[in-house]
Design a protein around this ligand. Structure first.
Ligand SMILES: O=C(O)c1ccccc1NCC(=O)[C@H](O)[C@H](O)COP(=O)(O)O
Length: 209
């Protein structure tokens, strides 16, 4: 099975075009005001409207108020929700969309020991752990720690870029990879050349079966 790829934190129309041309499977729109990648409802609606069919549009939240998620869903045609905070399953599953749960790989943390707490999750995104920062740090974790349980959809994130993603896939064998800072020219601004290079590297190593 080929490795899927999501490009997270798009903020411009040219980013959508680059992602589609490069052949990524999903985009992420950040609805978290402290992030440099945060998008307004208006911008998110515009970006989502330009997405070709069969590319998944993911909305990213960090411990949101439920009313905020509902407001986003009413305005933006999201396919999937991504929760990056301490949201329990009952909260994540209370919206009319499937969801994935992000977990941060603190030293000594074993994600396989906790995933049953989110029985409705369609997948688990494993990101680096940086105290006080919920995600998008550009930091990586030891890919040898990545679970090899092929029964779940494990997504590798954290510090990936065109130069290391092929090696990361070879070691971790993830269902999918997720990148943000590694395809940016400056914080919050995606770089089309880096997006293309990232996808080329993913496809060069993209079989995990
Ligand atoms: O992107 C952000 O600014 C962000 C803020 C708060 C929580 C999560 C965030 N991003 C999550 C992602 O999906 C990133 O792709 C993932 O954390 C990896 O980021 P990076 O290491 O920059 O590739």
């Amino acid at each position: 099975m080929r490795t899927r790829a999501k490009i997270c934190g798009l903020t411009r129309l040219e980013d959508v075009q680059a992602v589609a041309e490069a052949g990524a499977d999903a985009i992420g729109l950040v609805f978290y005001p402290p992030s440099p990648r945060n998008v307004s409802l208006e911008l998110a609606t515009l970006l989502a409207s330009q997405l070709p069919p069969f590319i998944t549009c993911v909305g990213l939240f960090v411990d949101p108020e439920p009313e905020w998620v509902e407001a986003v869903l009413a305005a933006v045609p999201l396919d999937l929700l991504q929760f990056h905070g301490n949201e329990p399953d009952a909260f994540c599953r209370s919206f009319a969309r499937p969801y994935i749960k992000a977990l941060r790989m603190k030293p000594g943390f074993d994600p396989t020991a906790v995933v049953d707490q989110w029985p409705a999750a369609r997948g688990f995104l494993l990101d680096a752990y940086t105290p006080g920062v919920p995600g998008g740090t550009g930091e990586s974790f030891d890919w040898q720690r990545f679970p090899q349980d092929q029964q779940r959809h494990w997504i590798l994130a954290g510090g990936l870029d065109a130069g290391n993603v092929a090696e990361a896939i070879r070691i971790a064998r993830p269902y999918a990879v997720d990148v943000s800072g590694g395809v940016e020219s400056s914080r919050g601004i995606k770089c089309p050349t880096e997006i293309h290079a990232f996808m080329k590297a993913v496809r060069s190593q993209g079989v995990n079966a």
